[in-house]
Write a protein of this length. Structure first.
Length: 56
């Protein structure tokens, strides 16, 4: 959210479909562990933060 990125932009960066990103956002499906690592690096947060286990 801080990077003001659209679903399409993130999908292109991760090489996944826009519907995949949407599914993650609404909890319909979950990213793989490798994708979580990519997301954590991209957004500069821990994997624990992404999965709701930490506040930072």
């Amino acid at each position: 959210q801080e990077k003001n990125m659209l679903q399409q932009d993130l999908a292109e960066h991760l090489k996944v479909s826009k519907s995949t990103i949407s599914g993650w956002e609404v909890g319909r499906n979950q990213p793989s562990y490798d994708t979580l690592i990519e997301l954590s690096i991209f957004f500069g947060v821990s994997v624990d933060y992404l999965i709701g286990r930490r506040n930072y």
